[in-house]
Design a protein around this ligand. Structure first.
Ligand SMILES: NC(=O)c1ccc[n+]([C@@H]2O[C@H](COP(=O)([O-])OP(=O)(O)OC[C@H]3O[C@@H](n4cnc5c(N)ncnc54)[C@H](OP(=O)(O)O)[C@@H]3O)[C@@H](O)[C@H]2O)c1
Length: 376
């Protein structure tokens, strides 16, 4: 029998009302023997029924929101809104994932380099072991880090993530960056890494594979040798970096795009210093659209990403914002409001990858890293 879930998981799931208590009237002195016997019988009946009722009630708390999915080029279904976990620190990410699953999220975006997969795994393990959400309903994405691109290390990294996440397969595994830390050229080659990713699919360790932070040029090269074409390209997309050309290129080739940093990643500025201190959540146009629609700025940006044709993975550790960020499915931005957000007059990457540039290569400039003129 499955172990009971820990108390933090659903503290309010059991009402705690004591059966039969109402049979005792504190106003009228001691209960009669008949009333006490009736109350005891009622209590026994309710206690007998309680495990089943409690389990059903707990499962009901985890009913998935009827969220739209994108069907990938390998036939699998990726839930359109997921929870980001980058920068969700120790002591907060477990509760964030638990809150998200309870709010109806089924898609969780993870990565080894976020250094929090153990805690994410605690939250996933608890709901899975308690039978609150079936594994088939979850969609878990992982990413292989730059230092693990060799064939042997790809497999080890995947197994390590699976162990931390308490899963026996990942729904999606991505090459996190087209970067390995080598100088001169990208070594191990992306081809070696991709072929190792394909082997993971054959082994059943992952269901779908894809890339992150890759340009169309780098994706096109993978397509020349791939036996399994990338199913997903996860890149930065928001009104300050709309990424239209890459999204169109991927669409033509049936590669799904997931939008990361959809709120403009305000909490990563210290990691990726920005040329201009722009805060998307405080943009006047975004605020005006929020006021017109009666939604908050976060919801406007997440809804914009869906209407832009991408799935979207906002990060939050606030239970209230986690819930609100999923409340984007039964309304839409008007064509005018969507267009207004598509016309903000400048573009800037927040997660710009500047740390990967090296005078000795392989990427000397932003243009070489992203295969497009530097933005902004
Ligand atoms: N593949 C990659 O290389 C890559 C790169 C970047 C991101 N990602 C993925 O994409 C996810 C999202 O991107 P991100 O973390 O860079 O940033 P983001 O989702 O654009 O923004 C997160 C920030 O916005 C705040 N926030 C969340 N909901 C809000 C709301 N409704 N109103 C106002 N503020 C809100 C969060 O604070 P609170 O937590 O306090 O709510 C946090 O400070 C990541 O967590 C990660 O999973 C992947």
């Amino acid at each position: 029998m499955a172990a009971p879930p820990p108390a933090w998981l659903a503290p309010h799931a059991i009402t705690g009302a004591l059966p039969g208590l109402l049979a005792y009237s504190f106003a009228g002195g001691a209960p009669t023997a008949a009333a006490a016997a009736a109350a005891a019988a009622a209590a026994a009946r309710e206690l007998a029924a309680r495990p089943a009722a409690t389990a059903a009630a707990r499962r009901a708390l985890y009913t998935a929101v009827d969220a739209p999915h994108f069907t990938l080029n390998d036939g699998s279904r990726l839930p359109a809104v997921g929870l980001g976990t980058w920068k969700a620190g120790p002591g907060e990410v477990r509760a964030a994932v638990a809150a998200a699953l309870k709010a109806g999220y089924r898609h969780i975006d993870c990565a080894e380099v976020y250094a929090n997969e153990e805690e994410v795994g605690e939250a996933l393990g608890a709901v899975l072991e308690a039978g609150l959400v079936p594994r088939s309903e979850l969609y878990i994405c992982g990413k292989v880090w730059n230092s693990n691109h060799s064939a042997a290390r790809v497999r080890q990294a995947c197994l390590k993530s699976l162990k931390a996440l308490r899963l026996d397969y990942l729904d999606l595994y991505l090459i996190h960056w087209p970067v390995t830390g080598s100088v001169g050229e990208v070594k191990p080659s992306i081809q070696e890494t991709w072929q190792a990713m394909e082997t993971l699919v054959q082994e059943g360790l992952v269901r779908s594979i894809g890339v992150s932070n890759f340009s169309a040029v780098k994706l096109a090269e993978i397509l020349t040798y791939a036996r399994i074409p990338p199913a997903v390209c996860q890149v930065e997309v928001h009104p300050y970096h709309r990424n239209n050309a890459l999204i169109a290129w991927c669409k033509e080739r049936d590669i799904h795009v997931t939008a990361f940093s959809p709120l403009g990643s305000p909490d990563s500025e210290s990691i990726f210093p920005r040329k201009r201190p722009l805060v998307l959540l405080q943009d006047e146009t975004v605020k005006a659209v929020a006021a017109r629609t009666g939604r908050n700025v976060g919801q406007v940006l997440i809804r914009w990403a869906l209407q832009h044709g991408t799935s979207v993975i906002p990060k939050s550790t606030s239970p209230q914002r986690i819930k609100g960020n999923l409340d984007v499915l039964d309304w839409e931005l008007s064509a005018e409001d969507y267009a207004a957000l598509c016309m903000l007059p400048f573009q800037q990457r927040m997660v710009n990858g500047a740390m990967w540039l090296n005078p000795k290569g392989p990427y000397h400039t932003m243009e070489e890293l992203w295969d497009e003129p530097e933005l902004d």
